[in-house]
Design a protein around this ligand. Sequence first.
Ligand SMILES: [Zn+2]
Ligand SMILES: [Zn+2]
Length: 284
Amino acid sequence: MEDDVFLVRFWGVRGSISVSGSEFCRYGGNTICIEMRCGEHTLLFDAGSGLRPAGGALRASGVTAFDLFFTHCHYDHIIGLPAFKPIYDRSVKVRLWSGHLAGRMTTRQMVDEFMRPPWFPVTLDICKASIDCRDFASGDVLRPREGVVVRTGSLNHPGGCIGYRVEWSGRVVAVITDTEHEPGKLDQAVLGLIEDADLVIYDCAYTEEEMERYRGNGHSTWEQGVKLCEAAGARELAMIHHDPARTDEQLDEIEKLAKDRFAGAFAARDGQTLEFPVLSHKAR
Ligand SMILES: [Zn+2]
Ligand SMILES: [Zn+2]
């Protein structure tokens, strides 16, 4: 793998539940999974249904070490883990990270809770890969691999959710999957995570017009994403966590409106890849 680009690939961009059908085929129906390649290091964010195709493609390209960070453990962010083939491969090493339940449940306990009978026939301890569960608390600065810095912060979502800021070789990509904003306010925790980022991946489940109906669900809007990116000096906004009912045509329309307000905005789609040439080999 080239070590002169910071690569971001979207494997799942749908929120809440996966969808299929001709009206969703361009943006895709898999739930949240984002790959980041920092040189030889492969990071994955969330284990939505997009993790299944990610696992197949990454194993085919020879990747044997993964760091998988959970933002939280609602179904749309975990359902792909049992279908992630690398965990059944004895030549693979997987580190699982979470912090949204810090002090209440470890990462290992969280995974063991949903990956066991009667919900699924296989438990984590009979998977052949070497699995290393790591725990952290919101606000911790993680250094999962040499030169890769991952900053963490709390988002406003029922049951808790972690936002991530990944820094490598002078580039910054932030992942804010699920968060509800307060009307008329910019969330300081989010601003801290996205400051001066090359790419902000943000929860754009709703439009501002729809938002009043969905208060309390823990999600945000593309309009708020634009405001945050402008305030933080971020360059690109990848809109994700698309509502499961949102058709390709509706997403085209939302993308157009967002681009008119902020040129770097786009509606992310499954399989989409972005590359950021490295600026330096030192994390900033
Ligand atoms: Zn979600
Ligand atoms: Zn959630």
